[in-house]
Design a protein around this ligand. Structure first.
Ligand SMILES: [Zn+2]
Length: 286
């Protein structure tokens, strides 16, 4: 009789345990995970090979925190129509699929909001095949007194203009006349005011060079984070967009930025800075 009772109890408990397990499994059934993330889309397009092996245009995209651009299909962000020539910052819903489709990726993206849309940082330089000109090396350019004083002027402007209400980049093209062996600098361009701190990127659009033959380099400076909280930071040195502009246009890039590897919010704007060069060491013509 006791044994019967014990057995009954055993089965009753087993049943409860099993049903609990079953409900646990139900609760843990994989579901799509959604989060809001920031994406950056480059003004420059990339190239990717499709299934057939032919190359086609694609977007260059990176998620906030990523260092490198990834190639994305033009229709890769639901609700977003990419327009070449603009740098974008987007707020999107990122869905991590519990059961990714066999032919698709593990993630889905749909647009919430275009946070910013900035005309390409530097206009593309047209090719001119007729004239030949020898261009100075970037190290010669940065040691020229005319160029140097203009770069110092840009840096001073960046510092004096920065405040708790915003900051701006400054930049200009540099020209070299191979006949007179003289350097000259283009008009100083002030980039749009960036008011926020976290997740923001200042930039400057230099437009089209006034002389496509003599342009030998482009210069810009990055901004201080003195008026930002210590919770934000950025890497110093040329950005991937800066580098890609230099490479695409075969034009040396010159940058003024802080000497420290990582600039943290609150660091004094008078901290030491240095010149960074990137892209080709000398303009290639055409
Ligand atoms: Zn830059």
């Amino acid at each position: 009789m006791n044994i019967q009772k014990t057995r009954f109890c055993f089965y009753a408990i087993l049943l409860i345990v099993l049903s609990l397990l079953a409900s646990c499994i139900d609760d843990n059934e994989p579901v799509d995970k959604q989060e809001t993330v920031t994406l950056y889309v480059s003004a420059n397009m990339g190239q990717t090979s499709g299934l057939t092996g032919t190359m086609h245009d694609c977007m260059l995209v990176k998620e906030k925190g990523d260092d490198t651009w990834n190639t994305w299909a033009l229709e890769g962000i639901k609700g977003f129509n990419y327009e070449k020539g603009y740098d974008y910052e987007l707020l999107v819903t990122k869905t991590t699929y519990a059961n990714p489709p066999a032919d698709g990726g593990a993630y889905g993206y749909s647009l919430i909001q275009i946070v910013s849309k900035t005309a390409i940082v530097h206009a593309k330089i047209a090719k001119q095949a007729s004239l030949q000109q020898t261009y100075p090396t970037v190290s010669a350019i940065i040691s020229d007194p005319t160029v140097k004083s203009k770069m110092e002027e840009a840096w001073a402007k960046m510092k004096s203009n920065a405040s708790s209400s915003g900051r701006n980049e400054y930049g200009f093209y540099i020209y070299y006349d191979s006949n007179s062996k003289q350097y000259s600098c283009g008009t100083m361009v002030k980039g749009p005011t960036i008011a926020g701190c976290e997740g923001t990127n200042a930039s400057v659009s230099l437009g089209i060079p006034t002389n496509n033959i003599t342009v030998c380099a482009f210069f810009h400076c990055h901004t201080t984070l003195e008026y930002c909280p210590s919770t934000v930071s950025r890497a110093t040195g040329p950005s991937s967009a800066d580098k890609s502009f230099a490479t695409t246009n075969k034009l040396p890039g010159i940058l003024y930025d802080y000497s420290t590897k990582k600039l943290v919010g609150g660091m004094k704007k008078d901290a030491s800075y240095k010149v960074y060069t990137f892209g080709p060491s000398q303009r290639v013509f055409p």
